[in-house]
Design a protein around this ligand. Structure first.
Ligand code: HEC
Ligand code: HEC
Ligand code: HEC
Length: 118
């Protein structure tokens, strides 16, 4: 009697652990969106960096970024000095943040309002 109760608890704990473990990686690789104010939005694609570029979580977490959207205090100013995204986006490991022609590689183009016909 006691033993079967213990076995049931062990099985329940094992199932809970499995369920949690299978939920954690799914939460990681979703996109993180940074709404643009002067330029267009930036979409950081976890899947592209992890799956396609084969970077490991440790290449970015916790050294460069906290595991929390908008949790790292990232600014473009700091990136222009080689921090955050620019640890890789330096023009060598990946396209750099400084050249004007690269802004649109991260920032979606913001549409200018169509001028009213004269
Ligand atoms: C190329 C860099 C990079 C890699 C590799 C990477 N991440 Fe991230 N991750 C980020 C950035 C950037 C953020 C957002 C941080 C911020 O805005 O301050 C983030 C945020 C997160 C978040 C929080 C998401 C949210 O909506 O709050 C989780 C969870 C996470 N990462 C998990 C993972 C896991 C798990 C892996 C490995 C499978 C991984 N990351 C690999 C860069 C990376
Ligand atoms: C650990 C290194 C690393 C970090 C940190 C990193 N990237 Fe990348 N990223 C890469 C590499 C490598 C590529 C592919 C090489 C290239 O395109 O020059 C890439 C490519 C990209 C691309 C092009 C995707 C495509 O579909 O072609 C975008 C957009 C991008 N990164 C955005 C970001 C943003 C935004 C951040 C910061 C939140 C960031 N990356 C941080 C390594 C990194
Ligand atoms: C590697 C990707 C990447 C590149 C390339 C890049 N940026 Fe950014 N930029 C970001 C991210 C991510 C943020 C959001 C950080 C934050 O939360 O403020 C940002 C934020 C900004 C902001 C503040 C938000 C806003 O819209 O006002 C400005 C301004 C900006 N970038 C200008 C530029 C300019 C100009 C260039 C080209 C010379 C450029 N960026 C290139 C990733 C990039």
């Amino acid at each position: 009697m006691k033993h079967s109760k213990l076995a049931a608890i062990v099985v329940a704990v094992a199932f809970l652990t499995l369920a949690l473990v299978s939920v954690i990686p799914a939460a990681g690789p979703k996109d993180v969106v940074y709404p643009g104010k002067t330029l267009g939005d930036v979409v950081f694609k976890h899947a592209f960096h992890s799956t396609e570029k084969k970077l490991s979580c440790k290449d970015c977490h916790p050294g460069i970024f906290k595991m929390k959207a908008n949790g790292s205090g990232m600014t473009m100013e700091a990136m222009n000095k080689g921090e955050f995204c620019a640890k890789c986006h330096d023009g060598t490991k990946a396209f750099g943040v400084l050249p004007q022609e690269n802004c649109a590689k991260c920032h979606a183009a913001k549409c200018e309002p169509t001028p009213a016909p004269q």
